[in-house]
Design a protein around this ligand. Structure first.
Ligand code: BG6
Length: 506
């Protein structure tokens, strides 16, 4: 990628994708409906797709092109970010095709190839296609095999083929490496785009901007000043609707292995030489290689399952009562781990990562919490309400950055000091609303720009961090139940209390 901080032309004007099409597997899933299809429309609406863009859906549904177009239409009407415009939809829908078939049936792929070639002719997609696998990773081998056998991965001249895979990429290190071997039989490393939608979020990219475009943060961004870092991804919803996908995978594989370790990498990495993909990835790889688990994994990790209760004034089911979840499921819906980054900058600073469903509210943040001042020349009663300085990247939903520090309480005779905050809010400082992460990422796939996609080394390093935790948890039976609407199981509070600290209330 060209450097967004030093090349204003790139920052102001997103590039428009050249002639191309997208072949979507998993069209009936939640992700396709809520994120992928709306993002495609939003890109079209912003004028960033080629006029002849083709979208080919593949699924075992008795649909024709019109039925599929109707599905896309409904998803767009419900979930698109930008306003619905008839003329945009009319142009986009002309390029929508559907192929009915079983994912393991070679005949269906022959039909898919015929349709893709027809789209090339009718829409001028010029043999440039991305295959988007919005399906469980266990199905990747059969799809890749069939794409190859049907000739769909052959390219001629300057045509391109790319593959987009959703996470979790495997369920441990060994399976992730096996998936890589499968994908590499048909695609080169540059043609494989592993989605971690957090990297497509503006607020996540902003971590690097704040750290490396300014003078005042980097000097204190180290173990001399930082006490601990807390990275939280909390959701208020449960798993209803995607229980089948969730059971057997759980919070750590769905969120810590990818989103939270990527947030850690961006927060802790050294300054890259430039923002070219391999320079950024090299720094992320270095920091992920330095991540170390505590020797007593049980004591410094926590997991839980949400129990039935009340949330937002309505009764909600417990995880084990959700349709499709076996009553003896050991899948965790809350996970927390403590790691350290064993290098000079971060020696001894704990990074706490936690994620969970049915927590107090939907919020994602990275909180860098600083040490107390070495000396406080105040009466202890005057600083009873002073906590630690903090810099918080508010990833969502209230996007921005908060700095917390102590300030004099006005009107008091003594020197009473209390916490105050200084806030930067995206909405106040910038006119444009942020594009959805999927818009940015799908556009990057079509443009062939890989910097926001983790490479296989990053994915492998992340599994290598998590695998020992998952192995320990696998011996521990059912996770602790926690109250819906709260902030997780008591073992999570115990885990951080062992270090003499408390979780931040986001
Ligand atoms: C997905 C996880 O990657 O991220 C889901 O698989 C989770 O379990 C989702 O709900 C959360 O995304 P966001 O952007 O709403 O934090």
């Amino acid at each position: 990628m060209s450097n967004p901080l030093r090349d204003p032309r790139d920052r102001r004007l997103p590039k428009v994708a050249g002639p191309c099409g997208l072949i979507l597997f998993g069209v009936t899933g939640d992700l396709a409906r809520k994120k992928i299809m709306p993002a495609i429309y939003d890109l079209a609406n912003r004028g960033l797709l080629p006029p002849g863009f083709g979208l080919v859906g593949f699924a075992r549904r008795q649909w024709d092109d019109e039925d599929f177009a109707q599905e896309v239409h409904d998803a767009v009407r419900e979930y698109a970010r930008t306003p619905f415009r008839e003329e945009v939809w009319a142009q986009l829908s002309e390029g929508i095709r559907f192929v009915e078939g079983d994912i393991a049936d070679p005949e269906a792929y022959r039909e898919l190839r015929r349709v893709v070639e027809e789209v090339d002719q009718q829409r001028g997609t010029m043999g440039n296609h991305a295959f988007y696998l919005a399906i469980p990773p266990s199905l990747f081998p059969v799809v890749v095999e069939n794409l190859k056998d049907s000739g769909l991965t052959e390219r001629h001249g300057r045509e391109w083929r790319r593959v987009v895979v959703e996470k979790p990429f495997g369920h441990n290190l060994a399976s992730a490496q096996a998936l890589d071997r499968v994908l590499s039989t048909a695609f080169t490393p540059d043609e494989i785009f592993r989605i971690d939608h957090y990297l497509g979020k503006e607020t996540v990219q902003n971590i690097l901007a704040v750290r490396f475009a300014n003078t005042m943060f980097e000097p204190i961004w180290n173990a001399n000043y930082v006490d601990n870092v807390q990275i939280t991804q909390a959701e208020d919803i449960g798993v209803a609707g995607r229980a089948g996908y969730y059971d057997g995978i759980g919070a750590a594989r769905y969120v810590i292995q990818n989103h939270l370790l990527q947030l850690l990498a961006l927060t802790a990495m050294e300054e890259p030489l430039s923002f070219r993909p391999h320079e950024v990835r090299m720094e992320k790889e270095k920091v992920l290689s330095a991540v170390t688990l505590p020797s007593n994994i049980s004591a410094h990790t926590a997991r839980g399952q949400y129990a039935a209760g009340w949330q937002g004034g309505v009764p909600v089911k417990g995880f084990l009562e959700e349709a499709g979840i076996p009553p003896d499921s050991t899948t965790e819906t809350f996970a927390a781990i403590r790691v350290t980054v064993d290098n000079r900058r971060w020696a001894g600073v704990p990074f706490y990562l936690r994620t969970g469903k049915r927590l107090g509210r939907r919020v994602t943040e990275v909180a860098v919490i600083f040490k107390r001042a070495p000396h406080l020349p105040f009466e202890s009663a005057s600083i009873g309400e002073l906590s630690d300085n903090a810099l918080v990247f508010r990833i969502q939903p209230d996007e921005g950055v908060t700095v917390r520090f102590g300030s004099k309480v006005p009107g008091t005779a003594g020197m009473d000091v209390r916490d105050v905050t200084m806030d930067f809010q995206y909405g106040d400082s910038f006119v444009d609303t942020s594009p959805e992460a999927y818009e940015r990422l799908i556009l990057d796939v079509l443009l062939g720009e890989p910097p926001l996609f983790p490479n296989s080394t990053e994915v492998d390093l992340s599994w290598a961090i998590l695998d020992p935790v998952l192995d320990v948890w696998a011996t521990q039976g059912q996770p602790e139940q926690y109250a819906s609407g709260g902030w997780g199981p008591s073992c999570a509070y115990d885990m951080i209390a062992r270090d003499g600290r408390v979780w931040r209330r986001p």
